[in-house]
Write a protein that binds this ligand. Structure first.
Ligand code: MG
Ligand code: ZN
Length: 215
């Protein structure tokens, strides 16, 4: 494998479960589920659906949400070993997340530099939480991704690099299509199977290290 570069999802990939879903389950009034279903069924764009979901929440909830995520979001087994492995092997590792900075960054702080983390920004200055999208789609993507993973991949990688995507959901699918190889679980794994995208399955990051070592 020549010059690998890794783009890794956050929610449900680095963490055991999806933090947006668990935040909504805990804090949102009824109505958020229809938005979630719309996003997962790809009937509405990610940025529209997720933006609307967060607008259901009062900005006052900020500290409670951060506390809740810190207490409940488990980091998937082997992740810190995986980060070490990429450092030792000199493989660039970027986290590309459809999540929000206020809960993504505190969970990754001790593990890798914040410059390697790409996610959305939550603004708490209004009555309801407003999501800002610093990494929207470039002119080659029209999926309304919110945090556009394919756009970030185009920006950060060169043609001669071997692009690996690690992810778990339909929200990683556009990135997976751009990748040379995908390491997947859950819904993304099903997608890779049905769409015949070159991939391997993982459950822990020790699996990921093994896959990379064998390449
Ligand atoms: Mg995910
Ligand atoms: Zn996009």
């Amino acid at each position: 494998m020549v010059k690998p570069i890794i783009f890794c999802d956050f929610d449900g990939t680095i963490t055991n479960s999806d933090n947006i879903i668990s935040i909504m389950k805990k804090f949102a009034p009824p109505g958020w589920e229809a938005l979630k279903d719309g996003v997962l069924q790809q009937k509405i764009s990610i940025s529209h659906g997720v933006g609307e979901m967060f607008s259901l929440l009062d900005s006052d909830l900020k500290e409670d949400i951060i506390q809740y995520v810190k207490e409940t979001a488990g980091i998937r087994q082997g992740f810190s070993d995986f980060v070490e492995f990429t450092k030792k092997s000199d493989i660039p590792l970027y986290i590309v997340s459809g999540g929000m900075d206020f809960f993504v960054e505190p969970l990754l702080n001790d593990l890798l530099p914040v410059e390697n983390v790409y996610c959305n920004h939550a603004d708490f200055s209004q009555e309801e939480i407003m999501i800002e999208w610093p990494y929207t789609c470039d002119d080659q993507c029209n999926h309304g991704c919110g945090c556009c993973k394919p756009t970030i991949m185009r920006k950060l990688s060169t043609k001669d690099q071997y692009k690996l995507v690690i992810g778990d959901s339909v929200t990683d699918f556009e990135a997976a299509k751009q990748a040379d190889f995908v390491i997947a679980r859950d819904r993304l794994l099903e997608k890779c199977r049905t769409e015949a995208i070159p991939h391997k399955e993982f459950e822990t990051f020790h699996d990921v290290i093994d896959i990379l070592k064998k390449m």
